[in-house]
Design a protein around this ligand. Structure first.
Ligand code: TEU
Ligand code: CA
Length: 579
């Protein structure tokens, strides 16, 4: 049974989301590319798993410079995914099961093949002339030193206009000029059109970058040469809040739809404004700080080692920092990141233990959790060993730039095998048949290296298994309001490898205790944690990823436990248990 009543307001707050990268989920017609019919045929599986809502990565018409994040027509579906018949059938099927569908909205930029761009290029005085960010060059170079997220200058010269256009991402993704009210109106039209079609909300791509400092200053900071340049002038730009407020009033008045913003570079302070519970610009913000734990000064390709206590500190900072002010969106994996299991866990010896540890950490935080396809079966990184297997523009640009500079190929590949976005874009592993049951054709991107080993089928047969535990934890989260909305209180464990926190309500509390490492850990004797346990021995466990346990004295590798504590009087007056 779904928890969500039809059309109830703020349904997203109690929903567990599941993110689907449609190209890689399930291929129904055998052309090697996942499609909408494929998603529809797996709705029963998702319902069995217990998720309440789906976020679908872009399915709009696109020349695929960035796999759908370069939209050439917002009102058409890329035919490889199917058409509107398939789309409507999927939506109906989800709604019949009381599940919701959230679509990606990519409106910081369009494809350079979008008719707006062609018209802007060819007819500067025409209706689309001012739809993009065109600037004159400076001294036969680009207008400033801003760098694209995908490497190289963020400006591309067009001789038709004798001007440069801005692209914060690939050259095929031209940034829209939000200063132009006609552009904003077009965006609201797109939103309204899809709402009328019946969707339940949007995940808004890099929505905190839509407002640029229109003086286009150089970024004069001393930065690592491979770092993105210019961010202070377009992340959280001068008119961002105005635009979001206008968007709310023009396109987001329906109480039953949600607007979840993806905001790379957003800090706790930014998010307290952007998804402020009273201001309601965005309903929740997907922020990236946890994903930056292993980034060095040069950004994502400059990998640094992270320590378990840093992971705990980040979660604590965000859970505490947003409390009472803004609604968190929580995730460990998505289509832009390596698989969390390979990054924050141990995908070999302790695959089950560390995948379930991450499951518990995700589902015990207050806010809205997002599970990324394959995470629930413990899929590791795709780990392709040849550059030819990588199809991501960011990865290929990085490879090209670094090898051209003379960096050894083996080093470049080592970095790519760890950090590439394609690690998390390999096809979903359904069963033990060829191509793990994803397609009867040739998959558009190779299967992950360990596709034969891990699948829904093998995980369904085993008990316990990563999949069974995800299902159990999703169900537990539905039963236990404190997991979804309890007040987060950090608990000192006396051991940096052990992470503990309470989820408090007025009368009772849950205590979460997690070993973040692959070694057994003891809790310190004088810690905050011990005071929770001293009165009357260990409280009852409501979840443990181990069947035999010596917790709380000693925790096995990645052991993860939830205890139920009895509430104390001092919490009676505490009314802030709702986030
Ligand atoms: O990503 C935004 C973003 O800044 C990063 O996650 C980025 O993709 C990554 O760091 C590359 O180094 C969003 C989408 O999720 C991503 O897939 C798109 O490529 C990007 O916007 C452009 O639309
Ligand atoms: Ca297909």
């Amino acid at each position: 049974m779904s928890l969500i009543a039809p059309r109830s307001q703020e349904w997203w707050k109690d929903a567990t989301f599941y993110q689907i990268y449609p190209r890689s989920f399930f291929d129904a017609n055998g052309d090697g590319i996942g499609d909408l019919e494929g998603v529809r045929s797996k709705v029963d599986y998702l319902h069995w798993l217990g998720v309440d809502a789906i976020w679908l990565n872009p399915i709009y018409a696109s020349p695929n410079a960035d796999w759908g994040y370069d939209v050439s027509d917002y009102y058409h579906i890329d035919p490889v995914f199917g058409g509107f018949d398939e789309f409507d059938a999927l939506l109906q099927e989800l709604h019949r099961k009381e599940m919701r569908l959230v679509m990606d909205l990519v409106v910081n930029h369009t494809s350079t093949e979008h008719p707006w761009f062609t018209s802007s290029l060819e007819d500067p005085a025409g209706p689309c002339g001012d739809f993009y960010i065109w600037q004159q060059g400076v001294e036969s170079g680009p207008p400033n030193n801003w760098h694209s997220f995908f490497g190289g200058s963020a400006w591309e010269f067009k001789k038709e206009r004798e001007e440069y256009y801005l692209h914060l991402f690939a050259a095929g993704q031209a940034d829209l000029n939000w200063e132009n009210p006609a552009v904003r109106q077009e965006v609201y039209n797109v939103m309204e059109w899809w709402f009328r079609r019946g969707i339940d909300g949007f995940r808004m791509d890099v929505i905190n970058m839509i407002s640029k400092d229109s003086r286009f200053p150089n970024d004069s900071r001393i930065l690592d040469p491979i770092a993105t340049r210019g961010t202070p002038y377009f992340v959280n730009g001068p008119k961002l809040h105005d635009y979001l407020r206008e968007m709310r009033s023009e396109a987001l008045q329906r109480p039953e739809v949600t607007a979840i913003g993806e905001c790379p570079g957003a800090t706790v302070e930014d998010v307290r404004m952007l998804s402020n519970l009273d201001r309601r610009e965005l309903d929740a913000v997907i922020q990236m700080e946890l994903m930056e734990l292993d980034h060095g000064a040069g950004g994502k390709w400059d990998i640094r080692r992270w320590r378990p206590e840093e992971l705990a500190a980040k979660i604590t900072e965000w859970q505490s920092g947003l409390q009472g002010a803004a609604w968190p969106a929580n995730f460990f994996s998505n289509h832009d990141q390596p698989r969390a299991l390979s990054r924050f866990g141990d995908d070999t010896t302790y695959r089950y233990e560390s995948a379930t540890m991450l499951a518990l950490l995700l589902l015990a935080q207050s806010g809205t959790p997002f599970i990324y396809y394959g995470e629930e079966v413990g899929m590791p990184n795709a780990d392709y060993d040849e550059i030819g297997h990588y199809l991501d523009v960011d990865t290929r640009n990085y490879y090209g730039l670094r090898t051209m500079e003379g960096k050894p190929e083996s080093q470049v590949m080592e970095t790519i095998r760890y950090m590439s976005r394609d690690n998390a874009r390999s096809p979903m592993q359904w069963d033990r048949s060829p191509n793990a049951g994803f397609t009867r054709g040739t998959p558009w991107i190779p299967m992950g290296r360990r596709a034969r080993e891990v699948s829904v089928e093998s995980e369904q047969e085993r008990e316990p298994s990563v999949l069974q535990e995800y299902r159990r934890l999703i169900a537990l989260r539905k039963e236990e309001r404190l997991l979804r909305r309890g007040r987060f209180v950090p608990v000192e464990t006396g051991n940096p490898s052990l992470f503990a926190f309470e989820k408090r309500g007025d009368e009772s509390a849950l205590l979460v205790l997690v070993n973040l490492t692959a070694s057994p850990q003891n809790s310190g004797s004088n810690s905050d944690l011990q005071t929770r346990f001293s009165a009357g021995g260990a409280p009852p466990e409501i979840y443990n990823n181990y069947r035999e346990s010596e917790a709380p004295e000693s925790l096995a590798p990645f052991e993860s436990v939830i205890y139920r504590l009895a509430g104390g009087r001092e919490e009676r007056n505490d009314l802030s248990n709702t986030f």
